[in-house]
Design a protein around this ligand. Sequence first.
Ligand code: GDG
Length: 475
Amino acid sequence: METGTADFVVIANRLPVDRVLSPTGKTMWRTSPGGLVTALEPVMVRNGGAWIGWHGAADEDVEPFEHNGMHLVPVPLSEDEVAEYYEGFSNSTLWPLYHDVVAPPEFHREWWDSYVRVNRRFAEKAAAVAQQDAVVWVQDYQLQLVPSMLRELRPDLRIGFFLHIPFPPTELFQQLPWRRQILEGLLGADLVGFQMPGAAQNFVRLVRQRVGHKTHRDTIYLPDGRVVMAKAYPISIDAAGFEELARTPDVIARAAEIRESLGNPKTILLGIDRLDYTKGLRQRLRAFGELIADGSLHVDDAVFVQVATPSRERVQQYKLLRDDINRLVGRINGDVARIGQQPVTYLHASYPRAEMAALYRAADVMVVTPLRDGMNLVAKEYVACRYDDRGALVLSEFAGAASELKSAYQVNPHDINGMKSMMLAAINAGPRENGRRMKAMRKQVMENDIELWANNFLEELTSDRELHEKNPRPV
Ligand code: GDG
């Protein structure tokens, strides 16, 4: 097959750009905010890289184009494919299954067929743009079949895969009717990266049990002599970038303004999440509501600001969740509010990054309580913005970030009483105690940023294969 010109190729469900309308009415592309783009853009520019992904509109073909030194290759999706591959198999089958089935996953054969078809389209695009021996990095759960499909087309490529969400325990993964195909899809990669060591171990165990390959620790030996590594690479953020933003006079002024408009209460608690049933919004709001209702916190002293960014709005479970949270906030505010003083400020909207930084700066206690989360970047962003060593983080032990942010006030989000007492502990601790905790967390986040994450992954992926072959092959 003919090869392309890109030495480094990223494949993700979405391109790292959004289409916007300029004031003159021209459509333009704007880089979508996010750590992954920030980290990969320089690597792409250095290596004549290409990014392959959907451009966000159904039933539309868009020609490849250049953006900020990156070659962007749009993959078209039909309306049906958006419903079946994306909202269906990716977000109503895999997403809940990989997050401890906190919502019931749905299994539909036509969704699977669409997933296979779309994965093949991504693989074919990549095969066409990658240069001989190029490095290709496939991102996330929507594209788990791409590594093996691509290897079949282009055995010369070095292929990496990174899963941003948890990899489920073997007992749950087995529910998937297409479990073997997914495992074999991932095994097309040379390196399969996960957020947590436990996830990599789950994967290796499943490969041994279900596919029957020999394994030794993080190495899988394929019958054709190929070796696949499965390892943890906990993702991070552009930590210095966040701190810099939080230090700008505009953000500092805006943080003061936010506090002022909330009535300058003693304590502002903050939650920022995509509106998703994995994020534990219900549990956290209930805990806070009870603290006010039982008199542990006074409505004049404490305010909870919850930002819930609209997400996957056409998926049924998300519609239900939206109504559910609306009702819950209404009930808490109805039960305990006083004129001019609402305990919960609920914002179902998305904000610019500077506003997020101002919210982080304004919050005394950040509350991050997912029931299951691959990593959770919001927790790390809060820490990066607290260059004053103030503020406290309440963090679920079921977020990947918990294993790095050991000095957070860690909670089990299913335990409402436990969560109430941890929230109180965070609120009532003195500045010395919270400063000590924040310092330790800041050291971790500032030293392990997204650039280091990308470098570590790509170094392992491109390192000499000989090294891996030194690992003893089990007999
Ligand atoms: C998946 C995994 C893993 C949110 N609202 C706004 C906004 N955000 C930004 C946050 C943060 C990002 O979105 C959310 O990242 P999380 O990590 O918290 O969660 P997921 O979206 O579920 O991400 C997760 C991650 O992938 C990376 O591997 O950590 O476990 O589930 O950066 O700041 N940004 C702006 N406005 C908003 O309203 N600008």
